[in-house]
Write a protein that binds this ligand. Structure first.
Ligand SMILES: *[C@@H]1O[C@H](CO)[C@@H](O)[C@H](O)[C@H]1NC(C)=O
Ligand SMILES: *[C@@H]1O[C@H](CO)[C@@H](O)[C@H](O)[C@H]1NC(C)=O
Ligand SMILES: *[C@@H]1O[C@H](CO)[C@@H](O)[C@H](O)[C@H]1NC(C)=O
Length: 452
């Protein structure tokens, strides 16, 4: 089992659990595509530096709107109508058929990004590619064109109007944080957010208030969604039947939750369920059965969505839930020579197929969202949707910081080994498109009102 074809090894390993690594050495050889485990802790921290979350007890405002379209959202529309003809209110036009934003292509677009490192102080250094001297800026000038429809550019004002009086949370790993920071940067072009909460350690949990719209956005660090212990580079521990209460405990004050996780599941871990060990992943030397991580990823999401549905039912509140599908990484070259992502253009249509681990991770998450939708079919208080950004992200190998996690990495000439981040996304960059699709999902949920 050579290390040259990571996906093949990966698949083989998961279909036959017998040929799993027997030595620590072979364990390392098994990790080509991840590079996570081979990088020093310092880089790991760059990658997975925890996500933010809100924890303010004063946030628990009683809510009485059981309907998803809150009065404050419907009133502007009624006001408009009243101004026009006050006769009979025509039934609203049916919402347009949902567009499949998941498949399409990237087309050149000259529009400037909504923000940059000067206008948004929130961009963390490791993702501030322009400030770190990335020389090619073509990656900024592409627009996602779904096959059957048009994806509007992100409209910050529209977003703020639609989430007025709402509490929104991003829950997950550093990709959740990446997406949240893109969103807050775009919103801050029209409304100044106030950071109202930040936890002491590692900035894992943050909360911003947009006072003009009585709205909050929070970030909760929870890379497994379920209860777990992060022990990198040793074995993580995951408790697959217990949701992580650090975020789930705050559900009573939230109106919308975006779940985004997955990359942590490739790391060595031991899994527990029902009080006993279920198995493990890359666990040479431990007396547990290797069970891979796809099924485990499913269970973690299932447990989380079940908790979301059950608690929303019990509370009588309304809840919107989006699950960001798996975003592919783009390491090329030998993993042990520090893979990099040197491309400067998107893939053309058909040039890159969704396959291997990326496809399997996406499918695992998508299946669980569908199963949860079926579970909640009889309950109008919760709406669930997949934010299917896997394909469009797969086609953007040019959108990662690469070596520009550090400032001017080639200032002293080209080096043999430079650490690269081919997991996270430059800000601004392709990840802004995830939020454009998020906004379309919210618009659709509002039944087509106020969206044109
Ligand atoms: C950032 O955006 C502002 C406003 O659009 C612009 O004036 C400025 O030149 C930009 N800065 C960089 C570094 O691109
Ligand atoms: C602000 O939003 C909360 C819900 O998050 C709501 O209970 C409250 O009434 C809103 N305040 C105003 C002034 O609209
Ligand atoms: C490993 O687990 C098996 C079955 O649970 C048990 O019979 C065996 O004694 C264990 N071996 C060690 C070294 O703990």
């Amino acid at each position: 089992m050579g290390g040259s074809s990571p996906f093949k090894d990966q698949n083989k390993q998961h279909s036959t659990t017998t040929t799993t690594m027997t030595t620590f050495f072979s364990f390392w050889r098994f990790l080509p595509y991840t590079i996570y485990a081979i990088l020093p802790m310092a880089l790991f921290r760059v990658y997975f530096y925890p996500l933010p979350v809100p924890q303010s007890p004063t946030d628990r405002l009683p809510r009485s709107d059981h309907i998803l379209v809150a009065p404050s959202l419907s009133s502007p529309r009624q006001a408009e109508k009243a101004g026009g003809d006050a006769v009979t209110e025509a039934p609203p036009p049916p919402p347009p058929p949902p567009c499949d934003y998941a498949s399409g292509k990237w087309v050149p677009d000259k529009s400037e990004p909504l923000y940059n490192g000067t206008t948004c102080v929130l961009i963390r250094d490791a993702q501030n590619c322009i400030a770190h001297g990335r020389p090619d800026l073509d990656y900024l000038y592409w627009r996602w064109k779904p096959h059957q429809c048009h994806l509007p550019r992100f409209q910050p004002i529209k977003f703020l109007q639609l989430v007025r009086n709402k509490n929104v949370a991003f829950v997950g790993d550093s990709l959740a944080r990446n997406q949240l920071e893109s969103l807050v940067c775009m919103l801050s072009t029209v409304s100044d957010p106030i950071l109202v909460y930040r936890d002491g350690e590692d900035n894992k949990f943050r909360k911003w208030n947009f006072p003009g719209h009585n709205m909050t956005i929070s970030a909760y660090w929870s890379p497994f969604l379920v209860k777990g212990e992060e022990n990198f580079p040793d074995y993580n521990k995951l408790y697959l039947d217990s949701v992580n209460e650090r975020w789930a405990g705050d559900l009573g004050s939230l109106d919308m939750v975006v779940l985004s996780f997955g990359h942590w599941f490739v790391h060595p871990a031991v899994y527990f369920e029902g009080g006993s060990a279920l198995g493990c992943h890359y666990c040479t030397g431990l007396n547990h059965t290797e069970i891979g991580f796809y099924g485990v990823l499913r269970k973690a999401l299932r447990t989380s969505l079940k908790a979301l549905i059950a608690r929303t039912r019990a509370s009588g509140r309304a809840m919107d839930v989006l699950v960001t599908m798996f975003p592919p990484a783009h390491f090329e070259g030998d993993w042990d020579k520090f893979g990099s992502c040197p491309k400067t253009k998107p893939y053309q249509e058909g040039e890159k197929l969704l396959e291997g681990m990326d496809a399997e991770m996406r499918k695992s998450l998508a299946d669980e969202v569908e199963a949860a939708k079926a579970d909640a079919r009889d309950f109008s208080g919760i709406r669930l949707e997949a934010l299917d950004i896997t394909k469009l992200s797969l086609m953007r190998p040019d959108g990662h910081p690469g070596p520009y996690i550090f400032p001017f990495p080639f200032a002293d000439g080209v080096k043999d080994r430079v650490q690269n981040d081919c997991v996270h996304w430059c800000l601004p960059g392709p990840i802004d498109t995830w939020n454009a699709i998020l906004l379309e999902a919210i618009k659709r949920w509002r039944g087509g009102e106020m969206n044109r």
